[in-house]
Design a protein around this ligand. Structure first.
Ligand code: SF4
Length: 471
């Protein structure tokens, strides 16, 4: 066993799985071509991602079936606004990454050597599919750190999911090789791709990867759509304070989309929060994001949204013909004014896949016997609720006077909730008397939390912790 392997936590060293997409080289070396990095790995060595290992001239993957806990979220969390609005998704994130961004918002899992044992859960493809079906969740989302370095588990599970009537969503920075994309195109229904910049130097300097393969990858997915039968595609651009939060960079992204895709592919300008090694700056200025959105609309992109930004109409979808709102979004809540994929006001056909909701209603066996109150701190407007067994949980949002605003329910082991409006200050969680939950704060909706509310030092949040309080 090599010294390299010993740099990783025990779960990663245990239970290796044959890797795909590699070739043998002389002297026991292997070349991995899952991502464009094409690592040449000596015996006993690890790839750049930290989760592909050369054992005696064979490439093995260390993260097969090893994941952060599966989480029920809404499809909007993944910067997907034009496919099954409001649909529940089952989000799965793994360990490792083919990039090394100093601003990473998922660094606790993307950096394999930093992963903690307690954040690793193990699943089989069958368990994932069975869980989604049992909870009435129709879409698996391959997300968080980056699904590229999980190709073998993604493919095995996504194929099984398709057989069970589920759909698959791929949320990625998409630094991935063409053969791997061809495999994904067999099973993915939705791609949400994070294009970080149109500046090759930005990619080299801040992500330690190359821009061009990402652009080629997006075009490969787009080509597969031709004829109208391919996967759904949306593009997001994380606007990072002091790095690419200027109108010239934002303009290059929308111009590239207009030149290489079409004007109906949704574009999301996403707000950054300071994280990992890039913490000495503020969050992205919302005024800049609004200007970038206006610029892209003026340039001709029909659907431009802001991400990780609350209290703005720039998250709503308007009909390009009559300009009326057809999807209003607040937190996880949506209000649809659609008739199938037609505008509910003027009948204009919209490029939106509108599916019926599939979540199963959750029933309490008796009356919930216990309530806890979670206070939303400062700018932190979302949380994961986690429980040990699949019990019904109801949550209700409260304003400053304690008035109930709206709420929801779930019996998943872990699920995301987010504030539906600025009036909400707290959330009441109702559960059976003998049960308990943990609440983990989420600074932005797509950010995977790994610490309890009481321990959170999240981003630029500057308010004191507020642990769960008995009501
Ligand atoms: S997935 Fe990419 S980073 Fe990881 S070993 Fe393969 S080529 Fe290297």
């Amino acid at each position: 066993m090599s010294d390299k392997l010993h740099t990783l936590t025990a779960s990663l060293q245990d239970g290796m799985h044959p890797a795909s997409l590699w070739k043998a080289l002389p002297n026991g070396r292997v070349e991995c071509h899952l991502s464009p990095r094409k690592c040449r790995i000596p015996e006993g060595g690890l790839g750049f991602c930290g989760v592909r290992y050369n054992r005696n001239g064979e490439l093995l993957t260390l993260n097969y079936g090893k994941s952060v806990p599966m989480t029920e979220e809404r499809i909007e969390s993944e910067a997907v606004y034009h496919y099954a609005p409001g649909a529940p998704i089952l989000s799965l994130g793994n360990i490792g990454c083919m990039l090394k961004c100093d601003f990473c918002q998922n660094w606790q899992t993307s950096q394999a050597r930093l992963v903690r044992e307690q954040d690793i859960a193990r699943y089989t493809p069958e368990q994932v599919v069975d869980y989604a079906v049992r909870h009435g969740i129709g879409i698996l989302s391959w997300t968080y750190n980056d699904p590229v370095v999980w190709q073998e588990f993604v493919m095995d599970t996504a194929r099984l999911a398709r057989q069970a009537g589920l759909r698959n969503l791929y949320k990625s920075a998409f630094s991935i090789g063409p053969e791997a994309i061809d495999e994904l195109l067999e099973v993915m229904d939705i791609f949400s791709i994070s294009l970080k910049s149109l500046d090759a130097d930005f990619y080299r300097k801040f992500t330690r990867s190359e821009l061009q393969p990402v652009l080629e990858g997006i075009k490969q997915v787009y080509r597969a759509r031709q004829g109208g039968r391919g996967p759904h595609l949306e593009v997001s651009n994380l606007c990072i304070t002091g790095r690419n939060d200027n109108l010239e960079q934002a303009r290059r992204v929308c111009d590239w989309m207009l030149d290489n895709l079409d004007d109906e592919i949704p574009l999301h300008y996403v707000r950054f929060h300071p994280d990992y090694l890039y913490t000495q700056v503020a969050r992205t200025d919302v005024n800049f994001l609004e200007q970038a959105r206006r610029q892209a609309l003026d340039a001709g992109v029909k659907f431009v949204y802001l991400g990780n930004t609350a209290n703005t109409v720039s998250v709503d979808t308007c009909c390009p013909q009559c300009r009326e709102v057809v999807i209003r979004r607040s937190g996880e809540g949506i209000a649809l004014h659609l008739d199938g994929n037609r505008c509910g006001h003027c009948g204009h056909v919209l490029p939106i896949v509108n599916l019926p909701q599939t979540s199963k209603p959750v029933a309490f066996a008796g009356k919930p016997g216990r309530s806890l109150t979670h206070v939303f701190r400062g700018a932190i407007g979302a949380a994961h609720i986690e429980q040990a067994t699949e019990n019904p949980i109801r949550y209700v949002f409260l304003d400053a006077d304690g008035k109930e605003i709206m709420g929801g329910q779930s019996s998943c082991l872990r699920f995301l909730v987010s504030k539906p409006s600025a009036r909400v200050v707290a959330m009441r969680i109702d559960l059976d008397a003998d049960k308990d939950v943990r609440v983990l704060e989420v600074f932005d909706r797509a950010h995977f939390p790994t610490v309890l509310t009481e321990q959170s030092q999240s981003g630029s949040c500057d308010v004191p912790p507020a642990p769960l309080q008995p009501r």
